[in-house]
Design a protein around this ligand. Structure first.
Ligand code: AMP
Length: 284
């Protein structure tokens, strides 16, 4: 595996791929890799001739007071995991390499960024879209893999790639979970053992809501209330939102049907965790 930090080296690599007519898979991450990230890499490796993983804790997507400085990092362990998985190139740029000062250009996506994570973190998605647009430009035509765990992010990136005509196929990959249902997340590292136990209420409430929907209750407000009530039974969990939306547009809906998505976010100790489900599939 090649380990690089410079954008120019990325260009060299992807130019060589194109000369050899090799397809490129791209997996953007913030590192502190876990099985969720690995599942994206495995798919990229299966579907492409060459796979690039990027690790960059993107300052633009953290607001003042968020966990930019404490975000967990372990480049040595991440490098071994990428190597063991069969990644061809690991790109770990510095903030200075990615952003020459002053930063005057940003990507803004309307409406889809204003609810849920966007309401709680107003500058977050512009930061995400800007860095992903840069990575798409640096990598050039490729297939890029993102987790359904960050459902809103996946839809926004899909829309951005389409709106701005990036030559990138964006693929969503299923959420990888612990055996008790908690979605894997680098931020789970912040949880104390007690908080870790309470955190399963997110996936438990989404699973129970899915069962209720499948039993015939499709009124969004009733499902939202059921999730609210279940989360309220865990005193360590401070609910941020429960939203029921049309899966692709992220518009709020009153009646649940095929294609709907239920999303939750909660603060648990130092961690802010998110999860979501297709109510007709449930937590898998
Ligand atoms: P992050 O490092 O948190 O920015 O995540 C990098 C990519 O991994 C994003 O596309 C996430 O959606 C994805 N990801 C994070 N956690 C999971 C998970 N538990 N299952 C599947 N994909 C995930």
């Amino acid at each position: 595996m090649k380990l690089i930090t410079q954008i120019a080296e990325m260009h060299e690599f992807v130019d060589a791929c194109r000369t050899k007519k090799e397809t490129v898979g791209l997996v953007p991450t913030m590192g502190f890799l876990h099985q969720g990230h690995i599942s994206l890499m495995e798919r990229a490796i299966r579907e492409n001739d060459k796979t690039i993983v990027t690790i960059f804790v993107n300052p633009l997507q953290f607001a003042e007071g968020e966990d930019l400085s404490s975000y967990p990092r372990d480049l040595e362990q991440d490098t071994s995991q990428c190597e063991a998985t069969g990644v061809d190139l690991l790109f770990t740029p510095s903030p200075e390499e990615m952003y020459s000062q002053p930063i005057l250009t940003a990507v803004h996506i309307d409406s889809m960024t204003s609810n849920m994570e966007g309401a709680s973190r107003p500058t977050h998605f512009s930061g995400v879209a800007t860095v992903v647009a840069k990575l798409f430009n640096i990598a050039g035509p490729c297939s890029a893999y993102f987790g359904e765990k960050d459902w809103q992010q996946l839809q926004i990136i899909t829309k951005m790639a389409h709106d701005l005509s990036f030559r990138v196929n964006v693929y969503g990959c299923p959420t990888v979970r612990h055996s008790d249902g908690l979605a894997l997340s680098s931020r789970n590292a912040y949880l104390t053992p007690e908080e870790r136990t309470s955190a399963t209420v997110l996936s438990r409430s989404l699973q129970k809501a899915s069962e209720t929907v499948q039993a015939g209750e499709t009124t969004a407000s009733a499902i939202r209330a059921q999730i609210d009530d279940q989360i309220a039974t865990e005193p360590l969990v401070e609910l941020d939102y429960v939203e029921i939306v049309e899966g692709n547009t992220l518009n709020s809906i009153d009646q649940i049907s095929q294609g709907s998505r239920i999303l939750v976010a909660a603060k648990i100790g130092k961690a802010r965790l998110i999860d979501n489900v297709d109510p007709y599939c449930g937590i898998t």
